[in-house]
Design a protein around this ligand. Structure first.
Ligand code: NAD
Length: 358
């Protein structure tokens, strides 16, 4: 099976880290993988090239591609642009246009990096959680929304939290399917004690669970989930939740691992076409210095192999290669620790490639 991959490096460190991931894909080409890669601008680079963050050429490419690898977008030089032309608009455009409704955010802590976490070693060493966040619905998209004048003369802001049964069921299925491939435990996070939307969410998730009798389903209120994530995160295997709760919980879970440069993510559509990107931004403070950690982007390639290209064995090979590089003590500055050897973006990428080829 041959696949087309759209590569969108974006801005800032996006360019440097994507280059390392592309080298890896180049290496895998012909070694179990048949791919064609095509590059296009997005974000600030899109604005520079074509006057908008999601140029038409990029739009056509991503529509036709089987998977998309994205670096990061944004930078101080674009901050004064009108809202519609800002780099982040390119990202939102990609997500909504491609119908990427399922956001997969793993929080994995390689035991070699446990000292980087702000939590105690025992609490986080070996942590491996998958948070499945609904990405195209809920309060971030619900209508009506706005700021209006009240009869009393003051203004009020309002948003609408709305989920249709079909939206809940499709994200629940993604989460159950992932749980089946992992520890077979799924925790659905809601606020069913207060919100009617959550009541329906709980009902539909439970009903969907009838099709997955091997998965142990539990429900948790979001306030308790936030507490439990910090108290004993290893109790979780897969978590599924709506857009806003997932936004917040996945960032909290990411920080348990202490290293923003290590965490990949995936956003999938109905047919497992996906966009894969590190969770961090374009890091203007270190862009162009050759010190950015490319591992989150390299691990995003592993997710792409697993979820869109049906190559779980190759994905595992990449993850193991990253583990061996960390075992050897190589560290970019963001994960540097005593007794380790500091390396730059390029050396880190090359080290993973070298481990992959042994
Ligand atoms: P950021 O994630 O870019 O950086 C936060 C901090 O983490 C910085 O100190 C940075 O140097 C460091 N960092 C991030 N990635 C790193 C890596 N791979 N290796 C080493 N260190 C790393 O967040 P920010 O500074 O708030 O945002 C910068 C720009 O990125 C803004 O324009 C923002 O809008 C944009 N942004 C884009 C995305 C995206 O493309 N998905 C996500 C978040 C922020």
């Amino acid at each position: 099976m041959s696949y087309t991959i759209a590569v969108l490096p974006g801005d800032g460190i996006g360019i440097e880290i994507t280059a390392e991931a592309v080298k890896l894909l180049d290496y895998l080409q012909g070694r179990g993988l048949d791919i064609e890669m095509q590059q296009a601008p997005v974000g600030g680079a899109g604005y520079d090239a074509a006057g908008k963050p999601l140029p038409d050429e990029t739009r056509v490419l991503v529509q036709a591609a089987d998977a998309i690898l994205l670096g990061a977008v944004g930078g101080p030089q674009y901050e004064d642009l009108p809202r519609d032309l800002r780099p982040e608009r390119g990202l939102l455009g990609l997500r909504s246009e491609l119908g990427l409704f399922a956001n997969l955010r793993p929080a994995v802590l390689y035991p070699q990096l446990a000292a980087a976490s702000s939590l105690k070693y025992d609490v986080v060493a070996g942590l491996d959680i998958m948070i499945v966040r609904e990405l195209t619905g809920g309060i971030y998209f619900g209508e009506p929304r706005g700021i209006r004048d009240k009869a009393s003369g003051e203004r009020e802001g309002y948003n609408t939290l709305v989920y249709a049964e079909s939206e809940i069921e499709r994200i629940a299925r993604v989460a159950f399917d992932i749980a089946m491939k992992r520890g077979k435990r799924l925790c659905s996070v809601d606020k069913a004690n207060v919100l009617e939307v959550s009541e329906l969410w709980r009902e539909i998730v439970t009903k969907t669970g009838d099709d997955y009798p091997q998965v142990e389903l539990s429900h948790m209120y979001v306030d308790n989930a936030a507490m439990q994530l910090v108290k004993w995160p290893k109790q979780f295997d897969v978590m599924v939740t709506k857009n806003m709760f997932g936004d917040i919980l996945s960032d909290a879970a990411a920080m348990l691992t202490g290293s923003i440069g290590m965490l990949p993510s995936a956003s999938l559509d109905q047919d497992s076409k996906g966009m894969y990107e590190p969770i961090h931004g374009s890091a203007p403070d270190i862009a162009g210095k050759g010190v950015a950690n490319p591992l989150a982007t390299i691990l995003s390639v592993a997710m792409m192999l697993r979820y869109s290209l049906d190559q779980a064995a190759l994905a595992e090979k990449i993850e193991q290669a990253v583990g061996r590089v960390l075992d050897r003590g190589l560290r970019t500055p963001d994960i540097m620790a005593e007794g380790c050897q500091q390396v730059g973006t390029l050396e880190m990428g090359e080290a993973v490639l070298a481990e992959l080829s042994v």
